[in-house]
Design a binder for this molecule. Structure first.
Ligand SMILES: [Zn+2]
Length: 292
């Protein structure tokens, strides 16, 4: 720390930024100890950033880290405040795309629903009941923001993700260690490990969900930045829920665009299958069909 004080914090930050000059945009930034700060800043502000790996922050309990950081690095706390800090990054870029035709055998009801939706309307987001229930259960009854990750499957026409027709959200993985206030949310790395361990062969992390208790289901500027930085793909889902006013909104892709069609499974239970009794309801993205 003596060295840092001699050099100055601004210079330390500038060194971190200079270190990546000339590198391609799509980077994952890793930082240890004080390096967490420039790494996090780069991950949040440098265009094309894919994520951040900040192991020190996540391996120490917040209570143990904070008093020390506050005394030693008073100025560094400022940019960390009030932001959604995603402290993990998706590591595997391979996406197990499935052909739309595969859906007919898996879930004929969903396949029929998809059939009735025009391609020009863009990717459809469908939320399985189990995922919806798990997410709402995690978010409901808390005055502070909570969140987690969404696992799902992606169905496309052709071999390219650009032909994405359907993002089927199959599981919601709650971030148990997240700390939220009324307006901000931090998620730790454990949720990422949870998602990895619960992920099936055809599933991947397709997005994130979080709550806005009592302030409405919308995407804040911070949410848009988070989406752009960590969930920039055609199939990337950002799902925000206001459990107090029972509002729900879905956003898709780097630009946080509301999809034209969101399908909620309104009956049927359990894993997705060829359950003939199950139905999907096309729900508006601003009201929640489920009242659990
Ligand atoms: Zn938010």
């Amino acid at each position: 720390m003596t060295f840092v004080r001699q050099v100055g914090f601004q210079e330390m930050m500038a060194r971190g930024e200079r270190a990546v000059e000339g590198f391609p945009a799509e980077l994952v930034y890793a930082g240890f100890s004080l390096g967490v700060v420039p790494a996090q800043k780069l991950a949040q502000t440098r265009p094309g950033a894919r994520g951040a790996h900040l192991p020190r922050m996540r391996t120490q309990p917040a209570a143990a880290v904070r008093p020390h950081r506050t005394r030693a690095l008073p100025r560094l706390r400022q940019p960390l405040r009030g932001e959604h800090l995603m402290r993990w990054v998706e590591q595997s870029p391979e996406l197990p795309l499935q052909p739309v035709a595969a859906l007919v055998g898996r879930d004929p009801v969903l396949a029929r629903a998809l059939d009735g939706i025009r391609r020009e309307d863009g990717p459809v987001v469908a939320i399985a009941t189990a995922a919806e229930d798990d997410a709402l259960h995690h978010l409901a009854g808390h005055a502070h923001e909570r969140g987690g990750l969404l696992l799902g499957e992606v169905f496309a026409e052709g071999d390219d993700v650009a032909g994405c027709r359907l993002v089927l959200i199959t599981q919601a993985i709650p971030a148990m260690e997240s700390e939220g206030t009324g307006i901000s949310l931090r998620m730790g790395s454990a949720v990422w490990q949870q998602a990895q361990s619960r992920r099936g062969a055809l599933e991947r992390v397709v997005g994130w969900f979080h709550s806005h208790p009592g302030i409405g289901a919308f995407f804040s500027e911070t949410d848009r930045r988070t989406q752009r930085a960590f969930f920039p793909h055609v199939y990337s889902v950002g799902w925000v829920v206001d459990p107090v006013y029972r509002e729900s909104a879905i956003f898709l892709g780097a630009e946080s665009t509301p999809p034209a069609n969101v399908l909620y499974r309104v009956t049927g239970a359990g894993a997705m299958g060829s359950d003939g009794a199950s139905r999907y309801g096309a729900g508006p993205t601003t009201s929640m069909p489920s009242t659990k």
